[in-house]
Design a protein around this ligand. Structure first.
Ligand code: SF4
Length: 419
C-alpha cells in the first residue's frame, strides 16, 4: 500500500479502505474532496481488493444488442422513442444465436442480450431465445438487459435460464431522476424492479451515469449509499456522453477521472462486485478502459452485435461501433489485458461470494433511507418531453422454437406505448 495521503477526505478514505460502511455525509465528503493523490491511493487499494477476490482475471461479456426499439424517451438516450432519425431494427432469434455461437468459439462464456423496452420482446420471445442459447452453450451465463418489466415477467425469464439482469438505476435521487426521465418513469418503479429482480433470483446489476445533467455531489453520494446498501452483484457506471439528437445534446460530458474514482470507491465498498470498464469511458478517452481497470474494474463488454446494426445502437455520440469479428475482439482484448496486468479468461465470471469481514449489508432490500426519494417538484429546466413515436422500420420477425411460456399481459409494466 502506498503512503498515506493528506487532505480533508483522507480519514474517510482510510475508513473505506478498512472495510467500514460510510454515511451519506461521508460519501459526499469523499466525492467533493477528490484529489489526484487520493484517487491514486484508492485505485491502488481497489486493485488489491479486486485481486484478493478474482486474482488477475479479466472477464469478458459478449454484448448482443437485440433491438433498438424503445417505448421510452429518456432525455439522455440516443435511441429514445422521440429520435426519428434512428433506423430501427430487431434481430431475429437466429441472428442472436449466431452472434453467440461466434462469440463462444472465440472464448466468450457470458452473453448480454440488451435492448430497448420493445413490446415485441415478449416473455415468450425472450424465454425462447434464452432457452435456445443455454441449450447450445450450457457452459455459458446469459445476462439480460431489457428494462423495466413486471415481477412475473422477471420470474419467467429467470426460470427460462437467464442468470443475470442489468438495470441501471441511473440516479438514486427522485428529483434528479425526474430531470433525466419524462413521466411516467419514476425512481420508485425502477427501484421496485431491482428488488423484484433480486427476489426472482437474478444476479443483479445496478449503476448510474457520472456527470449527467443536473447531477451534484449529493446525488453521487446518494448513488454510492444505494450501492452500499443494495449490494448489486454488478455495477455499471460510466460517464454521461451527450448524443446530438437528444434534449441534452449541448450538455458537457462527464469526467473520466471522477468515474474512475467512483469505481475505486465501489470496489472498496464491495470487493466481490463485478465492475465493468464501460465503453462510454472509451468514447471520451482511448485509454478509458485501461484507466478503469487500474481503478478496480474487472469486466469488459465488447460488442458482438452484427456489424450492420452496430451503428444503429448509438446510445451516445462516439459509441464504438467497429464491427470487428468476435475472434478479433477477443485477441485484441487478450493483448490489452496483458498490458493492464490482467488475464482475459474463458470463464462465465460469476459473482464471487463477498469476502469474510465485509459489510453486513449484503443483499439488503432497498429501503427508503438509502434513497433520496425526495418530493422535490420537477425542476424548471427539465426538458419538455418530446411527443410522438419514432418512425420505425420493420424489424425481423421471431421464428425460433415456441415452446416457451406464453407471454402475458403483465409481461411489461405500465409504460407509454408507441402511438
Ligand atoms: S435509456 Fe433505455 S429505456 Fe431509456 S430510451 Fe434509452 S433504451 Fe429506452
Amino acid at each position: 500500500m502506498g503512503q498515506a495521503v493528506a487532505g480533508p477526505a483522507w480519514p474517510i478514505a482510510e475508513k473505506l479502505r478498512q472495510g467500514s460502511a460510510l454515511s451519506a455525509a461521508e460519501l459526499e465528503h469523499l466525492v467533493r474532496h477528490r484529489t489526484p493523490e487520493l484517487a491514486e491511493y484508492l485505485a491502488e487499494a481497489a486493485r488489491a481488493a479486486c485481486e484478493a477476490v478474482y486474482g488477475d482475471a479479466l472477464f469478458a461479456r459478449g454484448l448482443i444488442e437485440i433491438s433498438n426499439f424503445c417505448r421510452n424517451d429518456c432525455y439522455y438516450c440516443g435511441i429514445r422513442r422521440g429520435n426519428r432519425s434512428v433506423a430501427r431494427y430487431r434481430l431475429a432469434p437466429e441472428e442472436v444465436l449466431a452472434c453467440a455461437d461466434e462469440g463462444w468459439r472465440a472464448g466468450f462464456r457470458t452473453f448480454v442480450l440488451q435492448g430497448g423496452e420493445d413490446a415485441a420482446l415478449t416473455d415468450a420471445w425472450l424465454c425462447a431465445v434464452v432457452g435456445a442459447l443455454k441449450a447450445a452453450h450450457p457452459d455459458c451465463a446469459v445476462t439480460l438487459s431489457v428494462g423495466e418489466r413486471s415481477p412475473a415477467s422477471y420470474r419467467r425469464l429467470r426460470a427460462a435460464g437467464a442468470d443475470r439482469y442489468l438495470l441501471r438505476h441511473e440516479t438514486a435521487t427522485a428529483s434528479h431522476y425526474r430531470q433525466l426521465h419524462p413521466r411516467p418513469l419514476t425512481l420508485e418503479a425502477r427501484m421496485a424492479c431491482l428488488q423484484a429482480l433480486r427476489e426472482a433470483g437474478f444476479a443483479v446489476g445496478a449503476g448510474f451515469m457520472v456527470g449527467s445533467p443536473g447531477q451534484t455531489a449529493a446525488h453521487l453520494a446518494a448513488d454510492l449509499a444505494f450501492v452500499q446498501q443494495f449490494r448489486p452483484e454488478m455495477c455499471g457506471i460510466g460517464p454521461f456522453v451527450p448524443h446530438h439528437a437528444t434534449p441534452f445534446a449541448a450538455q458537457p460530458a462527464g469526467s473520466v477521472e471522477l468515474t474512475c474514482y467512483l469505481l475505486s470507491i465501489i470496489r472498496l465498498m464491495n470487493p466481490a462486485v463485478l465492475l465493468p470498464a464501460t465503453t462510454a469511458l472509451e468514447a471520451l478517452d482511448p485509454e478509458g478502459r485501461a484507466r478503469a481497470v487500474r481503478a478496480g474494474a474487472n469486466v469488459v463488454m465488447p460488442n458482438l452485435s452484427p456489424p450492420a446494426v452496430q451503428g444503429s445502437y448509438q446510445l451516445y455520440d462516439n459509441k464504438p461501433a467497429g464491427g470487428e469479428a468476435a475472434q478479433q475482439l477477443w485477441d485484441a482484448l487478450a493483448l490489452k489485458a496483458r498490458g493492464w496486468g490482467k488475464r482475459l479468461v474463458e470463464d462465465r465470471g460469476d459473482p464471487a461470494p463477498a469476502p469474510a469481514g465485509g459489510s453486513s449489508l449484503v443483499g439488503a432490500p432497498v429501503s427508503a433511507d438509502a434513497l433520496a426519494l425526495d418530493a422535490a417538484p420537477v425542476p424548471a429546466d427539465a426538458p419538455a418531453p418530446v411527443g410522438g413515436s419514432a418512425s420505425v422500420s420493420t424489424g425481423a420477425t421471431a421464428s425460433i422454437a415456441t415452446s416457451a411460456a406464453p407471454s402475458s399481459p403483465d409481461s411489461i409494466s405500465p409504460c407509454p406505448k408507441e402511438a
